[in-house]
Design a protein around this ligand. Structure first.
Ligand code: FAD
Length: 498
């Protein structure tokens, strides 16, 4: 690399993670008073990745994340740097109310044990087994590597289900992210069944997992996908005891937040920060490690880089890593990332007058309903719909039913209307509808993921100046993707400016 020009950091992917890397790298250069060229190459025509907000018919349509978990100080820092601190909004109080559709009806996730018992979510045997959770022996710790927090992970239901602040798309609000202590890996279902009984694992935890990963609890790693649950068991021997201890310490759970004008406000503002050069419509097709630097090939030609952060989603991330480490790429290709379709339907508010305002509901499998869950956007954050409209957002697909995400738009809308009629009794013609698709929506951290992460990191570690960001390895939620991106940006800048 020439000594005459400023050192160049190329970031592949202008989603939340890539832009966090760019912001942090450029802030680091400014702090050091040094010149650093920060270039973001984004394949799409606009930045934001899955953080995408649309506006139509007076509605604010979130096709990807609807909000974020306020659990990462660095995300708060980025929001402030983007001038968005005053734009952050909290959920409406009604969003504390959440339901699971099971046994042909909506059942509210209740906070008090008595109300929970009456909700009918669990039968007498399931309730009795759940009550014995504190007595279930803790699994001895191992020495396996763990993934970091997801956008919402850990901690089961009945005593604290419906609290404000769960940042899952459809989840029960019972899960918060956090670091875990070492433990051998097992599936989330096995973990939940061991601690709370199989009925609670099937009827409570499995639907919640649909809301977070659109995934199958039997095919997700407890340690990687829900590290805090595992940590709670390790630290307290019981999830209930851990929750009780948390309440005693009076530490509030991280809140669910978004921006007044939608989630895309963050990537848009970050891309406009000084010191960052963003190029859209630039799909990177290859990265090669050459002579102490990197040759980055994109649809616009070649670019030399002194360091590279890959913040692309799967499967693109795997293809790009292939140029520097085929072994790491092979590991990345093993991580499933199934499709999701997001269907928005708006109705005259009178059609939903009988519906109690709430966050929405998740659907237990085996109910003959393909919808993974439905959020009442109108009741969750203010400003999502005009006063005379009721806006819902329903999800299809994921690893449990990928074919549903492939249905054509008309079929998906028809299915949504049928299923809304059956689940919540909305029987009206929508005033507007829209369908968004994510062919590779959310990485699925399968059992063994922590070990895979360790192998990938070991393969990439010797490649000086190459960093893998995004939500592929260390937490699928936006806040974690931002934290990982910021860390990669900071490390890259420090290395280049040393
Ligand atoms: C339906 C849905 C709902 C979600 N809801 C929530 C939620 O409520 N809360 C939450 O915290 N998280 C949620 N998530 C997860 C959230 O979207 C991710 O955490 C976040 O988008 C990750 O950011 P990222 O930058 O790592 O990846 P992405 O947002 O996927 O961005 C990756 C970027 O890389 C670009 N790219 C890919 N390949 C290339 C290439 N070869 N060259 C150049 N650019 C490339 C892409 O175009 C994209 O812009 C949701 C996800 C989905 C799909």
């Amino acid at each position: 690399m020439s000594d005459e020009r400023a050192r160049r950091l190329v970031i592949v992917g202008g989603g939340p993670s890539g832009l966090a890397a760019a912001w942090k790298a450029s802030a680091e250069a400014q702090r050091a008073g040094a010149a650093l060229e920060v270039v973001v190459l984004e394949a799409d025509a606009r930045v934001g990745g899955k953080a995408r907000t649309g506006f139509a018919d007076g509605l604010l349509i979130e096709t990807g994340p609807q909000g974020f978990l306020d659990d990462q100080p660095v995300l708060r820092e980025m929001i402030a740097a983007c001038g968005l601190a005053e734009e952050v909004i909290e959920p409406e109080p009604a969003a504390n109310r959440r339901y699971i559709y099971r046994g042909g009806k909506l059942r509210q996730l209740q906070r008090s044990p008595l109300a929970f018992a009456r909700s009918g979510l669990l039968g007498p045997f399931g309730l009795a087994r759940l009550a014995m959770e504190p007595l279930a022996p803790a699994r001895p710790g191992g020495d396996d590597r763990l993934g970091a927090g997801t956008w919402s992970s850990s901690s089961p239901a009945p005593t604290a289900p419906a609290r404000q602040g769960g940042d899952d798309r459809l989840g029960a609000g019972v899960l918060t992210s956090g670091d875990a202590t070492p433990h051998t890996d097992e599936s989330l279902f096995d973990f939940a069944a061991r601690r709370m009984g199989r009925q609670a694992a099937a009827r409570l935890i499995s639907p919640v997992v649909l809301g977070i990963f659109a995934g199958d609890a039997r095919r997700l790693s407890a340690a990687a996908a829900f590290p805090r649950l595992v940590a709670m068991e390790q630290a307290h021997g019981s999830l209930f005891k851990a929750m009780r201890a948390g309440r005693k310490r009076g530490v509030p759970p991280p809140g669910h937040r978004t921006f007044r004008r939608g989630i895309e406000a963050l990537p848009r503002a970050a891309a406009a920060l000084p010191g960052i050069d963003v190029a859209c419509n630039r799909r990177v097709t290859a990265i090669q490690h050459r002579g102490g630097g990197f040759a980055v090939t994109s649809s616009a030609g070649g670019l030399a880089a002194d360091a590279v952060v890959v913040a692309a989603d799967l499967p693109s991330a795997a293809d790009l890593v292939d140029g520097v480490s085929p072994a790491a790429a092979e590991e990345l290709r093993q991580i499933e990332s199934p499709p999701i379709a997001v269907v928005h339907t708006a109705f005259e508010v009178a059609a939903a007058a009988h519906i109690e305002p709430a966050y929405g509901f998740l659907v237990a499998r085996g109910e003959g309903i393909r919808m993974l869950g439905c959020q009442y956007e109108t009741a969750t954050f203010s400003g999502r719909s005009p006063e005379d409209r009721f806006l819902t957002r329903s999800m299809y697909g994921g690893s449990v039913d990928p074919d549903a995400a492939e249905l054509d738009d008309d079929a998906l809308i028809e299915l949504t209307l049928r299923e809304l009629r059956r689940t919540v009794g909305i029987d009206a013609t929508p005033t507007s509808t829209s369908v968004a698709r994510w062919p590779h929506a959310i990485p699925q951290y399968a059992p063994g993921h922590p070990q895979r992460v360790a192998r990938i990191e070991a393969a990439l570690d010797p490649i000086d100046g190459f960093y893998l960001a995004g939500n592929v390895l260390n937490g699928v939620g936006l806040s974690r993707a931002v934290a990982v991106g910021a860390e990669c940006g900071e490390r890259a800048a420090k290395r280049l400016l040393a």
